[in-house]
Ligand binder design. Structure first.
Ligand code: SF4
Length: 219
């Protein structure tokens, strides 16, 4: 049995990993438990909210941490379904369930207004965080604004564009629009209830994580 936990390494993903391990131990079964943090893989596998729990290729829960007892029932249910499958439909093995990307996709590009305010700097930190987690490539909004061909063609080849604006002025969105680029995901940080302040340029970790979660929920 292959059990996959999809997430971005937050506290809930870690808790789910622990609960799954406990469920497997209590059931006394053989199972391969893997963590998948690659953002493109999350999208390809239809994980719309994290943490996601997938057992033998089937999504069993999204966006929550089921209890150990619930996970045990999911595992047992997956086992029963497996035994009813015809021989011509074998369970996916680890390789099939975690395909390597053979496409020519340029993936997800992330643009931030990076403005001179708390919300502009939150946008910048969120772009850095998404990039560090392998969830998108942080690219230069100023490069797009300069109308240098390379920046614009890279953006236009991307599968997804995440646009992070600090406030309703939406400088990043407007800069992309001038270059004919439409974001797939648009986040305006003040719309999330964070007040714009000009003399505070150091975002808190909580603020950044809140916006990262908002981006994920829109993908
Ligand atoms: S969107 Fe708002 S915070 Fe960002 S650069 Fe423009 S005015 Fe500044």
């Amino acid at each position: 049995m292959l059990i996959e936990i999809f997430g971005i390494g937050c506290v809930n993903c870690e808790r789910l990993m622990k609960y799954v391990q406990q469920a497997v131990d209590e059931l006394g079964i053989e199972a391969q438990i893997t963590k998948v943090e690659d953002f493109e893989m999350l999208i390809r596998r239809g994980i719309t909210a994290t943490p996601g729990l997938v057992i033998d290729g089937e999504i069993r829960s999204l966006g929550r941490v089921p209890s150990v007892e619930e996970i045990k029932e999911m595992i047992q249910g997956a086992g029963r379904e497996e035994s009813r499958k015809p021989a011509s439909h074998p369970a996916p093995d680890a390789k099939a369930a975690n395909p390597t990307c053979g496409c020519s996709s340029t993936g997800t590009m992330v643009y931030s207004c990076s403005g001179a305010s708390n919300v502009g700097q939150i946008a910048n930190e969120v772009a850095k965080s998404l990039s560090a987690k392998g969830m998108g490539k942080f690219s230069c909004l100023a490069g797009v604004g300069s109308h240098e061909g390379g920046f614009i063609s890279s953006a236009k080849k991307a599968n997804r564009i995440v646009c992070l604006d600090g406030c309703a002025v939406k400088c990043a969105h407007k800069t992309l629009a001038h270059a004919g680029i439409e974001p797939t995901v648009q986040v305006v940080i003040t719309d999330l209830g964070i007040k714009k302040v000009h003399d505070r340029l150091d975002p808190t970790r909580e603020e950044v994580e809140e916006v990262v979660r908002s981006v994920l929920s829109q993908l």
